[in-house]
Write a protein that binds this ligand. Structure first.
Ligand code: LLP
Length: 421
């Protein structure tokens, strides 16, 4: 459920007409609903009610400071994967003890920043990383709290580019070697083992892979405890999928996911961490674009938008589907059309949808891409020298620009021409 609905014949974000925002900021832009973000966070929080837990929002999904501040203010922890995300979390007021640091390639500088600034735990993914973290912690005279990310060799049954839990993926250490790696960790003076971490992939629409992974984690918990490790926390990762279309896909709800967690690891008495990103932010954001031209091609019509693959890369990168709807509500019995929906970037990959049936629109109209709140703005680039597009946050009848569109001059000023040229 989200808060982007038609009202009085036009699309609204909560109580604000999209057209009103467009008149102020111009198209294209991202628009987020605070009520939807809040609702989705609470669904996870409530799904784990009665179990000691922390919902660590995976900031990579949408990391604007305003979004991080909103979620942090509700009590969310953060899952960060870079020094940049760590800095954002802290700048948005999230205390270090609510931040977990994930990622396969943390640098020593990033480790130092987090250890100095405060950190709940590092999810370490290899022995060399463990050694580096141990060295940095010893230098600083502190102990780094760690969970080892194990790779359970489970098929997440999702798009190959976002599956992470198979043995051929670069993530984690093979679960079969976990006892040995924990033994090594326990021997390192600069480390304190606090738990186990697992994350098997993103956009999972079936609970079965989670079940398999979490059962393996439960068995490993018993084995590690028998080896004398104090396993008190389980970080179960993110990955629960969202419906990208209104019709066929109905992924499991956070409450079903919570029940599965209880069933598989509830008896262990561990504090549970989860790292949802997409489900929190995905349906809380839309991308609004203007129609530049409707071009008739051979046997097909192209809808040429002012948004392009640099603004939303998901269709080009993962063949992802986003529902695309007119901002003006089509009246009953309105004329339908079939479009190839494309952006202005000079490559064929800049195609959002092929042969998409929708209500007919004209140049000057606006359309909205639904479910674009996660992995939308954060994956944008300035390819073709198209400035990053603005982000807007709506709450009730108020809206605010939470990232302004840079002027062309600002964009150009980031480059410099050497004096010797
Ligand atoms: N935790 C870890 C360690 C992760 O690697 C990820 C996502 C998450 C949590 C959050 O997963 P989520 O709940 O959002 O599924 N750009 C791709 C998605 C990449 C996901 C990467 N890792 C896309 O647009 O589909």
């Amino acid at each position: 459920m989200d808060h982007f609905l038609y009202r009085n014949g036009e699309l609204y974000a909560e109580d604000v007409a999209i057209a009103e925002i467009a008149a102020e900021v111009g198209t294209p832009f991202y628009c987020y609903s605070a009520a939807t973000l809040e609702r989705h966070y609470r669904l996870f929080d409530e799904a784990l009610e009665g179990t000691e837990h922390l919902v660590c929002y995976a900031m990579k999904a949408a990391s604007n400071l305003a979004i991080v501040k909103l979620l942090g203010g509700l009590g969310a922890g953060m899952d960060v994967v870079s020094g940049g995300e760590y800095a954002r979390a802290r700048a948005a007021g999230v205390p270090g003890e609510r931040i977990v640091f994930s990622g396969v390639g943390k640098t020593r500088a990033e480790m130092r920043t987090a250890l100095e600034g405060g950190i709940r735990q590092f999810n370490v993914e290899s022995e060399p990383e463990m050694e580096a973290l141990n060295a940095v912690a010893l230098e600083l005279g502190v102990k780094a709290p760690i969970a080892v990310r194990v790779n359970p060799d489970v098929d997440a049954k999702t798009h190959a580019k976002i599956a992470t839990g198979k043995s051929e993926n670069k993530f984690g250490i093979p679960i079969a070697r976990a006892r040995e790696v924990y033994r090594q960790a326990a021997a390192m003076e600069g480390l304190e083992v606090v738990g186990i971490d697992v994350h098997i992939g993103s956009q999972l629409t079936d609970l079965e892979p989670f079940r398999q992974a979490y059962q393996k984690v439960a068995e490993l918990t018993d084995a590690l405890r028998a080896d004398g490790h104090d396993i008190r926390r389980l970080d179960l990762g993110g990955g629960l999928g969202i419906p990208y279309t209104r019709s066929n896909e109905v992924p499991p709800l956070p409450s079903d996911y919570g029940a599965l967690i209880r069933e598989t690891v509830g008896h262990l008495g561990c504090e549970i961490e989860i790292e949802p990103g997409r489900l929190v932010a995905g349906n809380a954001g839309i991308l609004v674009a203007g129609v530049i031209y409707v071009k008739s091609g051979e046997g097909r019509d192209f809808l040429i938008l002012d948004a392009a693959m640099n603004d939303l890369i998901r269709p080009a990168m993962y063949d992802a589907h986003h529902d695309i709807v007119p901002v003006k509500e089509p009246h009953a019995g309105a004329e339908g059309a079939r479009y190839d929906i494309v952006g202005p970037v000079c490559e064929t990959g800049d195609t959002f949808a092929r042969g998409r049936d929708m209500a007919a629109v004209e140049a000057g109209d606006m359309v909205a891409f639904r479910s674009a709140g996660a992995y939308g703005a954060v994956m944008a680039s300035e390819y073709n020298s198209r400035p990053l597009i603005p982000e807007v946050l709506v709450r009730g009848d108020q809206f605010a620009v939470i990232r302004a569109r840079p002027t062309l001059e600002e964009m150009l000023n980031r480059d410099s021409i050497p004096a010797w040229l």
